[in-house]
Structure formats: C-alpha cells, structure tokens
Design a protein around this ligand. Sequence first.
Ligand code: SF4
Length: 400
Amino acid sequence: MKSLRELYRIGTGPSSSHTMGPQAAAKQYLQRHPDAKAFNVVLYGSLAATGKGHMTDVAILRVLEERGPVDLLWEPSVFLPFHPNGMKFATKQNDGSLSDEWIVYSVGGGALSEGNDTPSAHDNEKLYPLQTMEEIMAWCQKTGHTFWEYVEQCEGSEIWNYLREVWQVMQESVERGINHEGILPGPLGLQRKAPVYFTKAKGYKANLQSDGLVYAYALAVSEENASGGIIVTAPTCGSCGVLPAVLYHLSRGHLFSEERILHALATAGLIGNLVKHNASISGADVGCQGEVGVASAMASGAACQLFGGSVAQIEYAAEMGLEHHLGMTCDPVCGLVQIPCIERNAFAAARALDANFFASLSDGQHRVSFDRVVRVMKQTGHDLPSLYKETSEGGLARIG
Ligand code: SF4
C-alpha cells in the first residue's frame, strides 16, 4: 500500500478520476515530451461517457493548450482492457502523423496507472508491508498499538504535518460551503442547500440537530466540490463530503483536540487505503459503493476511534460502513457530480455515525470481516453492468 498522501489529495473538484487524474496525466505527458508542440488525446469508456459533465476536457486542455493545439476525441463505447477510464496521449507532427503514444488510466482518487501494475512516476511509494485488515489487527494485538500508530510507524512522524494540512483544507471547505449560496454550475440549475440546512438544523433540539448539522457539513463540502472548489479526496472527489462532515461535527460538538482528529484521519486513511489496494475506489470500476461506500467506512472507523472504540470495534464500524452500501450504483444525472452524489454524501455521513454507535454497543465480535466485505464489494462491482458505473447510461441518469 502507498502513502496516505496518495489517498488524501488536495485539489479542485468535481472528480478525482475524471478531473484530477486526467490533468495529472496531461502534466506528465508534457514533462515526458518537452519538445511536443501539438497533441492528440483520446478519451475512452467512462471518461468519454461522463467527461463533459465532469469537466475532463477542461482539465486536460488547461494543461496542454498552454503548449499548443489539441485534438480531443471521445470514444464512450470503447473500453480499454485494464480499466474503464482509459486515455491515449500522442504528439501530433507537422505532417499530421502521431508519435509518442502513451496509454494511461485514471484508476480512482486521482491516481494513475499504466495498466501493467507498474506504478506510474507519481505513484511509486510502497510503505505499508501489511496489506489486509486481518494482518494489521494481528499486529495491533501483538504490539498493543492501534491503527493510527501503525500509520505513524509506516509513514514516519512527518505524516502528521501532511494530515494537519489535510484537516485545515477540510475545515475550510466545510466553512466555505455553509456560507456559499446560489446555484451550482451546469444545466441542472441545482440550488446549494448547505447554508439553509445549517441554519435550520441549529433550531432543533440536540438529537435532531446532530443529524441536521452533519447533513449540512457534508452538503457544504460536496457543493464546493461540484463547483470546482478546493477539497480533499477522501477517498475521491465525489465522496469528499463524508469524512470532513463527520470529523468537523465531532470536533465542534465534542471538543476533540486537533491531535485526536489527526489520529482519526490516519485511521480513516488506512481503511480507505486497504480498499484502494485490495479492491477499488473508482466509481467507473465498481460503482458508488467504492466511493461513497468507502468514504462512509472511513468515517465510521474514525468516529469509533474518537469515541474510544477498541481495534475490533473500529474494524466492525468500518465494515458496516461499507457493507451497508454494497451494490450502490454510480449513475450521475447529466454526468455531473451533483445528483445523486451530493445528497448521498450527507446520508453516508449520518450512516457513519450510526455505524459507530452500533459498533460501540457491541463487543466488536461479528461474522463478516472488513476484508471479506472488501472482496465482496470488488466482485459486486465487477458483476454490475457498465451502465451503472459512471457512464450516465442507466438508473437515475437515464430518467434525469
Ligand atoms: S454517483 Fe457516486 S461514484 Fe458516481 S459520480 Fe456520484 S459520488 Fe462518484
């Protein structure tokens, strides 16, 4: 598994796989071919199907057009074998011929792969020797340590400065979002909801207020993402509202120190990293269970740790956060990261608090392990037809 720096990426929305990844690929191509003056780019599969709504073209052209003209081609019905988010970059010569072709895949969370399991240039850290929850829990049992301490052991103490920056950006995205009124970009004309939800939630008594506030915070971050604001992938742009909402809510409501929030961020990152390594966090690959489902698992584990959960209870909370999102499809209306994505973040944040409470009532014993649910999620995702995996051809996208 790679560094949490590869999971928590600070950048602009609306999509880590369709915006951040392709933009990073364009930058890499420019670095590899400093003499190229004109370009040909082909987008395949899901990238082509929902790329317009996700602003994939804008992300690529913003980089390459600084150097020269770009021919951009869309091939939504062509799926390259390694992953549904394929791209082909080439240099266009004066006579119109193409050279230096490079096929690369945006595999989720902003990460790139060249399709042969060889890590790409920006993606080459392998810091975590233990690669399953079961192995990590055995380490915890043997050493007496917990999850965040395993992160510190693998990443070194420098990780805390990075996570502090991540937490700062997460808080800023909540605070911008709950003050930002108006319409989101795109043809849906969707009104931002976070400011009104925040105000109304404040008027309720404590138990209802808690759900209302966590909805408002998740809406705030997801609406910032949908409008191209600065957010943190957790684990992706589309699912970026869940974890900040839960942590912000708990940090304000229960006065947890920054240090404890950073420890919770580390544990959440470890949970997301396990899914990324052993399955996928790409909606185009496994549907929304891999994005919002994983975000909910991360937030569930983080919340459970903050409330003093044991290693077994944290694992149980994370397992439930994912298990109860199994099979969730990705069908964004008009290819925009808005419907169902934004509301879905709010519900997943509330569900993470439920998973924490449920696990806290238990002794941590349960039948379906986190590792098993990750394997099931991967298989379920691969069994889903492609029209439910970020192609905007089925489900809500069809009737939208
Ligand atoms: S439905 Fe889920 S996976 Fe699909 S774009 Fe929205 S947040 Fe991402």
